[in-house]
Design a protein around this ligand. Sequence first.
Ligand SMILES: Cc1cc2nc3c(=O)[nH]c(=O)nc-3n(C[C@H](O)[C@H](O)[C@H](O)COP(=O)(O)OP(=O)(O)OC[C@H]3O[C@@H](n4cnc5c(N)ncnc54)[C@H](O)[C@@H]3O)c2cc1C
Length: 498
Amino acid sequence: MSESASTHSTQRFDVILIGGGIMSTTLGAILKELQPDWNIALFEKLDGVGKESSDPWNNAGTGHTAYCELNYTPRGTDGSISTAKACGIADQFHVSRQLWSHWVKEGVLGTPRTFINALPHISFVWGPKNTQYLRDRYHAMRAEPLFSHIEHTEDLDTVAGWAPLLGRGRADTTPVAASRFEDGTDVDFGSISRQLAGHLGAQGVAMRYNHEVSGLSRGTDGRWDMKVKDTAAGEKFSASARFVFVGAGGGALSLLQSSGIEEIKGFGGFPVSGQFLRTTESAITEEHHAKVYGLASVGAPPMSVPHLDTRFVEGRRSLMFGPFAGFSTNFLKAGSYFDLPLSVRGHNLIPMLQVGAANTSLVTYLMKEVAKTHKKKVEALRDFYPEAHPDQWELITAGQRVQVMKRNEKGKGVLQFGTELIASADGSIAGLLGASPGASTAPSIMFKLLERCFPGQIESWKPQLENMVPSFGRVLNEEPKLLHEVSAATSATLQLGS
Ligand SMILES: Cc1cc2nc3c(=O)[nH]c(=O)nc-3n(C[C@H](O)[C@H](O)[C@H](O)COP(=O)(O)OP(=O)(O)OC[C@H]3O[C@@H](n4cnc5c(N)ncnc54)[C@H](O)[C@@H]3O)c2cc1C
């Protein structure tokens, strides 16, 4: 499919990646390895990659392994704890670890410490009902090979031993419980994006920064044409490709809508911005070495689960607590207030209104969050770190998440919190909507995309895909020996300890 011709008016490529976050750079690096002869371009509207949601300060940097996120292990109506979603996410994160290990060995990614660090993942709750839930979750999880190494305690001194800030100043009158996985991780997705972009440029991919794509249309030759503006030079031109990936984060919905594909009909987006409290005071940061996730409050969306996290960004250690939800009609941090109103179409208006009517608790929650003062935010932090002082914490604004609103099988509008891969029936265009678990599972999402969009090539790519990811196409929870092997191998390569 190699395409290298270029006319003076239209730049022609085999593949165009729109956006330079973790998703596009991951797909670009996979494709370049599978098909080095393909002519690929990446258009990014900002002056570099990884500056929107993939920037380390715009997300929480959790390597989502479903170790500590309690929303992945809900209690069912029969009272049992479901581990199905957690197993799926943990499996996907093992795929990410394998691909990153492969790239470290190939020199595509540099020193692992620049993008991934070992960090225990802890779930922490208080009160009789919640401690009972965590105890039941512990029993359900340890039966799964992926989670058999879980530890659990209901002893405050042990909790304080695992994470000293949680115990300090806490009265022992309320029951507490914590579960821990020592092999969790903190990941800098911005660093991965930048390193992959450097590799792509070195491999001949046309990396075009300050280039904004404003609309997509299908040409009579079946190719996708797009208008591109070089905002630095103030010039406009056209580009075309046989395959387009819309990895534009919050900008993906409008670009997919402009393509006119059937598959985007009925989809809408609801932006929720995030804020975190952050401290870099070493007296505090050195006393906490973990990601500690709690339970979301009533009405709160799953991505608002409070957590107290150690972060490693550019070799510096800090501590972050949040997220606190904010509201803005922007779909990107560097977007426009018109993003939300301009995303409304005839086909998504009713589903969007239905979502609003059915999610009044979410709306109430958002209004309360937006009204929270710094003092109130620190009060929320004190549930985790009772001795927290307001002067030691600053508020930072994280990225925008555009939650997916779509029509369900009954034609009713529903709000969805996962990531949605949208692909046209002929596989010539695909894009991503939504957020969590997002960046952590980028490799698995991109492999799914390859299967959907390149059915003719996937069989011939399989040997190379298995070389990149030894567990490719297999379910680790069903193969404990393979799980042990890939886990040990990636821990060694990524320098994560055993
Ligand atoms: C508060 C918060 C916390 C999160 N925490 C976690 C976490 O702990 N772990 C985790 O795994 N995930 C987390 N996520 C999700 C994760 O950040 C995202 O899933 C991931 O970064 C999305 O990557 P992306 O490449 O799709 O988008 P982005 O990184 O947003 O990249 C999209 C790019 O497209 C560009 N673009 C947009 N429109 C255009 C256009 N028209 N033309 C050209 N370029 C365009 C943008 O400038 C941007 O650079 C979090 C997200 C948020 C907001």
